[in-house]
Design a protein around this ligand. Structure first.
Ligand code: DGT
Ligand code: CA
Ligand code: CA
Ligand code: ZN
Length: 571
């Protein structure tokens, strides 16, 4: 289980206890522990193996026992018991503004409501006003709350959804020997956030597949279940839609459910111009059916090459396909190294050697160590003396490696006025300088843009880290004018980072594409704060693919000597 999953489960328990009517401090304790686990910055499983769970603020003996059970077995008896008392759907009522635990309990006990939709229906029928303590006004407020909830939509970061989908796909494969099962929808298109997890299965007996799916141990609640489709909520709160069908139509349905809607609309229009009609079941020419067992068939019948899912956003991919001008997209295997990582010299968990070994394990030829600098006190940033000590240790380690090297770098703070946190003579000693903004994020557009541009004009700055500063689902991008940043990057030869952390994915796909058009060099970095953190590279690569990136656009596909030459081009 990931930290996020553990945290979500603890929050869920907090909510359930509140609905149950337990004393409030119990719920608060679970929520506090959840926040601290999410903010841990290292893998809770590692901490657990080291016996260090009690180091997490808010985790005492009782919670330690529960976490021990959860991390060891993947299950929690306490939660299972709570679930028998309170359906997960009742907890989901708390997401309605103005509905607290007492009201949720009331709606459930009096009206049997186990979903937001149930409450909406009851409110429209005027049933809420009848309940004790509620009235016409509260009924109205709850309806308004539901409307605002639908507008707000909480989306899930790709990096949180993908491992869950992979696990489900594997479970279906091993249970039924189902071979044709794939994530579809925005997940297959590798969008930075997804609304839900969509899965598609081809099986001779579709009903068996949907039944097997709803019986998976990951499933907490079955929302709906028919012969060819099912919608469930998992223990971690994620919603999964599954469609199952006979294999002969798999290609057409795979294409349809991958989307996007806009891509599909454009594809159907193209079919119509060719005298065909295209639906999720395949093509029709008049009354004659043309089945598509493979997805390639759909595109082939329209005279097109297969289009990678990441490009299917109706952003010119059909025209490019018609002209034979689709990009040869970057692949994870093209990546030769990682240009941004942290160690226990600043705010991360692993040692230099551990990070180097993990990078070698991924087949990398190089890893840049880029710890935070002195100005970022909360991250234990390095002053110049410690930076030089670290450098000596890196040089010592490099003598022991063959076919791999650590590069000396730093993630240097861009101060409020655009000056950097180390003097130029120190920056010049480093192989790689990443300049990043971590504080003063709320400056107005003009100020923050001038600040970033000033840093980019420093000849020692190689890379601008996480350029927009967004944190998905948590913080909007800063006011920085990315168009100006892209222009200056092109002009100065500054490399822009695609930060692969699942809550960043920054630059995003749209700006990656724009950067490539302007001839700006890009790199994709994990920004790892633990050895496992290196593995998020795949999400950065996926985002770059959505921005039409080829290997030649990404500098960390270069062998180390060519990379080092490139890194001196500004100086
Ligand atoms: P999401 O879940 O908001 O991240 O986005 P999607 O793209 O996964 O959307 P979702 O889950 O509603 O539907 C999955 C796919 O099914 C979608 O990408 C295309 C197809 N689809 C769903 N509804 C429609 C529709 O009304 N028209 C067309 N053409 N395709 C649809
Ligand atoms: Ca979806
Ligand atoms: Ca869906
Ligand atoms: Zn960093």
């Amino acid at each position: 289980m990931t930290n996020r999953q553990v945290a979500d489960l603890l929050r869920l328990i907090g909510d359930m206890l509140e609905i149950k009517g337990e004393v409030i401090y119990k719920s608060l304790a679970y929520r506090r522990a959840a926040d601290n686990i999410e903010a841990l910055g290292r893998d809770i499983n590692e901490l657990w193996r080291e016996g260090g769970l009690r180091d997490i603020p808010g985790v005492g003996a009782a919670l330690e026992n529960k976490l021990d059970e959860l991390l060891g077995t993947g299950r929690l008896g306490y939660y299972d018991k709570l679930q028998e008392e309170i359906p997960i759907g009742v907890v989901s009522l708390l997401s309605i503004p103005d509905v607290g635990p007492k009201t949720a309990k009331l709606l459930w006990e009096e009206l049997g409501a186990v979903s937001v939709a149930d409450v909406e229906r009851a409110a429209r029928e005027g049933k809420l006003r009848e309940l004790p303590g509620l009235g016409v006004r509260s009924e109205q407020r709850i309806l308004e709350g539901i409307a605002s909830l639908y507008r707000r939509t909480t989306r899930i970061p790709l990096g949180a959804a993908w491992p869950v989908a992979r696990e489900l796909v594997q479970a279906l494969r091993s249970r039924l020997g189902i071979q044709m099962v794939e994530p579809v929808g925005s997940l297959r298109r590798m969008k930075d956030t997804v609304g839900d997890i969509d899965l598609l299965v081809a099986y001779e007996e579709p009903e068996q597949a949907t039944a097997a799916f709803t019986a998976l141990p990951q499933v907490a609640e079955v929302v709906s279940h028919g012969p060819t489709r099912a919608t469930v909520i998992l223990h971690n709160g994620l919603q999964v839609d599954l469609r199952a069908l006979h294999p002969e139509r798999y290609g057409a349905l795979l294409q349809y459910f991958t989307g996007s809607k806009d891509h599909n609309v454009a594809l159907r229009a193209l079919a119509q111009r060719k005298g065909l009609s295209l639906s999720e079941y395949g093509f029709k020419r008049g009354e004659e059916e043309v089945l598509c067992p493979r997805e390639e068939d759909v595109y082939r019948i329209l005279g097109l090459p297969w289009i990678p899912p990441e490009l299917r956003e109706d952003r010119g991919e059909l025209r490019a396909a018609q002209q034979g001008a689709l990009p040869e997209l970057l692949q994870l295997a093209d990546i030769r190294g990682d240009l941004h990582s942290h160690t226990n010299w600043s705010d991360a968990a692993a040692t230099l050697l551990e990070m180097a070994q993990a990078a070698q394990g991924l087949g990398y030829e190089y890893l840049v160590i880029s710890d935070h600098t002195q100005g970022l006190g909360i991250a234990n940033g390095l002053d110049v003396a410690r930076l030089r000590q670290q450098r000596a240790e890196i040089e010592g380690l490099n003598k022991r490696f063959s076919g791999f090297r650590l590069l000396r770098g730093a993630e240097v703070e861009i101060r409020g006025d655009g000056t950097l946190d180390y003097p130029d003579e120190v920056l010049q000693e480093l192989d790689v300088v990443i300049a990043s903004v971590h504080v003063g994020l709320r400056q107005d557009k003009e100020t923050i843009t001038a600040r970033v541009v000033r840093a980019m004009r420093n000849p020692h700055v190689d890379i601008l880290g996480h350029p927009s500063g967004r944190l998905l689902g948590y913080r909007e991008a800063t006011n920085v004018d990315l168009d100006s940043v892209l222009q200056v990057a092109a002009e100065t030869g500054t490399i822009l980072e695609v930060n692969a952390m699942p809550n960043r994915l920054d630059l995003d796909d749209v700006h990656i594409r724009r950067a490539i058009e302007l001839g700006v060099a890009l790199c994709i970095n994990s920004d790892a704060h633990s050895t496992g953190g290196l593995e998020v590279m795949e999400y950065g690569v996926a985002t770059a693919r959505r921005g039409w990136a080829e290997a030649r656009h990404i500098v960390n596909t270069l062998p180390v000597e060519q990379l080092r030459k490139l890194l001196t081009r500004k100086e």
